[in-house]
Design a protein around this ligand. Structure first.
Ligand code: HEC
Ligand code: HEC
Ligand code: HEC
Ligand code: HEC
Ligand code: HEC
Ligand code: HEC
Ligand code: HEC
Ligand code: HEC
Length: 492
């Protein structure tokens, strides 16, 4: 456009008109807010200050109150007739506040969270663990146990109030009455809704702990966890901008590696984005991620043919394919805020080797034997009615996971003593004897068990010692070393 004084004049006039319009709009919006929103919000605060001062105090110190923009009614407002709506001191409100309520102001976070594994964590009804929980444990244990981490199905009664069987619940993949998934207060405790609190490792540790996924224990053991605790004052957890290697350098937290901003990446609420393996199943695989035009995404194990952008998959178009390798690069980008690429490559080499060791030496041959036992009628189809099935379950679901998790996040005790040591000890001295027992019970001898071991275990180098014993030299060396340390004839 040519820049004559006239065109500047025209621009000035247009700008003036725009400013006026914006002002008018703002005034209108303010008027609207004061008539529709602010009054009920004020009433809530006034009365709840007496009824539940703790809630109001937490809200008062939150970012939501800082600019006086978000009050009780902004999140709890509902329409008459909505599922979960009820009249409360003259206003229609809802007790249940879902990600949908947050989406009007935090669209990006909600989109990322909705497509993530976290949002889907409530959909565990068809799982092996659920059978264990419901049938072998009992429904009350599933409700107060599993569902408080994974999320249950929230239901409301005829008055729109949540039922006591299904709420309180802030499970990470809670199934909500409006069709949304999850609960933002799984990490951002209400009503402070703080980023600082969510950045602490303890936030994740509510769920990521225990015998089958001890991530917080591993973190606490790692150099990273030690440095976090030693330097928590330097972590700038309260800062608005929190870029690893720029705003803080002392240590990474769970949130740093799995969600946090780097010099290149923004914060993500899609916690699986930077993960290349799945360490959960009996046998680990690397995972590619497929994103779809309907906002959803799913993992596809390595080895299957990848769809291309634009292909039709699961009733939607593919918008992005993140290979396992690209996902790993996103994680490495976090590490290099504080480390050299060489250290990071070394870490992944050690981690991959451990996962492959677990997979190839133990998980694959055991799984193959378990399948033959079942196919040939030595065990029933029911998963938990034989001792050998519990042993195998604990080998992969507890000990084998601990080993893999330990190696992924620098917890050597979990990799070895709580991990591979137990995998090995239980394989050789529980599972193999139980295998022989199962076969003897049906056949009267152990021949088939020996055949299975010869077929699946013997070809693997790492099991050589079990079949052929350890070499004299190796034993002699160990005896000498031991005696040098602890004295003559101490090794019995
Ligand atoms: C005049 C007092 C008063 C006012 C005004 C008021 N509340 Fe309450 N509110 C209460 C009391 C008392 C309870 C606890 C008893 C009950 O559940 O009704 C309560 C309970 C609640 C609950 C929990 C209900 C449950 O299922 O456990 C929510 C959510 C709530 N109020 C939100 C609001 C919001 C939002 C507003 C403003 C629109 C508001 N309240 C206004 C007194 C008030
Ligand atoms: C940013 C959104 C937001 C704001 C603002 C907000 N709440 Fe809530 N509130 C929630 C969420 C989320 C829950 C958890 C409900 C659920 O599990 O679905 C909740 C739960 C509640 C509950 C029931 C749970 C309990 O701990 O007893 C009450 C009562 C309540 N809010 C009152 C208030 C009052 C009063 C205010 C204003 C001072 C307020 N809320 C402001 C989002 C909000
Ligand atoms: C009406 C708009 C609105 C709604 C609805 C809303 N928020 Fe916010 N939220 C904001 C604004 C504005 C800020 C920024 C405040 C500031 O600048 O510190 C914010 C900040 C935050 C923060 C960052 C606070 C910090 O410590 O830096 C979190 C976390 C958050 N909101 C979570 C939620 C959740 C969860 C919900 C739904 C339960 C929700 N918000 C609903 C407007 C909203
Ligand atoms: C303390 C919180 C907690 C409890 C209690 C809990 N889980 Fe989990 N569960 C998790 C976490 C965290 C993971 C993810 C672990 C990982 O990624 O390493 C998980 C993983 C799973 C998975 C694997 C999901 C997948 O996509 O591979 C299933 C299935 C499962 N849990 C079912 C259950 C059932 C059923 C129960 C109760 C009988 C239960 N869990 C109890 C936290 C919990
Ligand atoms: C798994 C835990 C977790 C869940 C669940 C979660 N958040 Fe967050 N959220 C975080 C962490 C950690 C941060 C701080 C990220 C950072 O700055 O590194 C954060 C930051 C935020 C912020 C501040 C802006 C930003 O991106 O840094 C907003 C807003 C927010 N979350 C909204 C939400 C909403 C809305 C939901 C529900 C849809 C939600 N969060 C669920 C962990 C969580
Ligand atoms: C230094 C960065 C770092 C920190 C800190 C960290 N993680 Fe990880 N995490 C990783 C890496 C790397 C992997 C393996 C990624 C892969 O598969 O390529 C991983 C894997 C995981 C997995 C997937 C496990 C599975 O079963 O497939 C979960 C869940 C997890 N971390 C949770 C956590 C939690 C919770 C914390 C804090 C207690 C935490 N992480 C701290 C880097 C980190
Ligand atoms: C309320 C429980 C809960 C909290 C809190 C929680 N998680 Fe999870 N997380 C889970 C469960 C359950 C799963 C398994 C979901 C599934 O695949 O079904 C999971 C899965 C994951 C995964 C694997 C994702 C994937 O795509 O495979 C990562 C990484 C993870 N969580 C990181 C975190 C981090 C980091 C935090 C804290 C900022 C956190 N989680 C807080 C329950 C939780
Ligand atoms: C915010 C900074 C920060 C980030 C991000 C970070 N680390 Fe670290 N890490 C450290 C610090 C500081 C140490 C302590 C170094 C030492 O042992 O003296 C450390 C120690 C380590 C160690 C132990 C080194 C040793 O010599 O024993 C390993 C391995 C490691 N980190 C791997 C990683 C990996 C892999 C990632 C990314 C997934 C990562 N770190 C992300 C700061 C970070």
């Amino acid at each position: 456009m040519e820049r004559t004084p006239r065109s500047w004049l025209a621009r000035g006039a247009a700008l003036l008109a725009l400013t006026f319009l914006l002002f008018a709009h703002a005034a209108f919006a303010a008027a609207k807010k004061s008539e529709v929103d602010v009054e009920p919000g004020k009433a809530c605060i006034k009365c709840h200050l007496k009824e539940s001062p703790g809630i109001v105090a937490e809200w008062k110190k939150s970012g939501h109150n800082k600019k006086k923009t978000v009050d009780c009614y902004d999140c709890h407002a509902a329409h008459q007739g909505d599922k979960g709506a009820y009249e409360h001191h003259g206003e229609f409100i809802t007790t249940i506040v879902t990600p949908k309520a947050c989406a009007s102001c935090h669209k990006k976070e909600v989109e990322q969270q909705q497509r993530s594994h976290h949002a889907k964590a409530g959909q565990i009804l068809a799982s092996l663990d659920n059978l264990l929980g419901e049938v072998i444990g009992g429904p009350a244990a599933v409700n107060a146990g599993c569902r408080q981490c994974h999320g249950g199905i929230v239901q409301v009664d005829d008055h729109g109030k949540p039922t006591p069987q299904t709420w309180p619940n802030t499970g990470i993949g809670r199934i909500n009455i409006d069709g949304t998934l999850g609960s933002c207060s799984a990490c951002h405790a209400r009503h402070s809704f703080s980023a600082a609190q969510a950045r602490t490792p303890d936030t994740c540790g509510k769920c990521h702990l225990g015998p089958d996924h001890p991530q917080i224990e591993i973190y606490n053991e790692s150099k990273h966890g030690i440095l976090y605790r030693a330097n928590v004052d330097e972590m700038k957890l309260n800062a608005k901008k929190w870029v690893a290697g720029v705003d803080y350098t002392a240590a990474p937290t769970c949130a740093t590696c799995h969600m946090g901003a780097t010099r290149k990446q923004a914060v993500t609420h899609d916690v699986g984005e930077r993960i290349s393996w799945t360490l959960r199943p009996a046998i680990s695989t690397k995972l590619n991620m497929i994103r779809l035009s309907n906002g959803d995404e799913f993992d596809q194990p390595e080895g299957k043919v990848l769809p291309k952008v634009g292909d039709e998959v699961k009733g939607a178009k593919v918008t992005e394919v993140l290979t396992w390798d690209q996902r790993r690069k996103l994680m490495e980008d976090v590490c290099v805020a504080c480390h050299s690429q060489g250290l990071v490559d070394g870490h992944y080499k050690q981690f991959d080797d451990l996962v492959n060791l677990y997979n190839d030496k133990f998980a694959k041959p055991i799984a193959a034997v378990m399948k033959e036992l079942q196919d040939k009628g030595y065990t029933t189809a029911s998963p938990f009615d034989e001792k050998i099935e519990w042993t195998w379950y604990e080998i992969w679901h507890h000990e084998g996971r601990r080993a893999r998790h330990g190696a992924s996040m620098n917890g050597p005790d979990y990799t070895w003593w709580h991990g591979m040591y137990e995998v090995a000890q239980r394989t050789y001295f529980d599972w193999i004897p139980e295998l022989k027992e199962v076969v003897r019970k049906k056949d009267g001898n152990e021949k088939f068990a020996d055949e299975l071991l010869a077929k699946y275990f013997k070809p693997i180098d790492g099991h050589d010692w079990y079949f052929n014993g350890m070499s004299r030299d190796a034993i002699e060396k160990v005896r000498k070393g031991y005696e040098e340390r602890y004295g003559k004839d101490t090794l019995k």
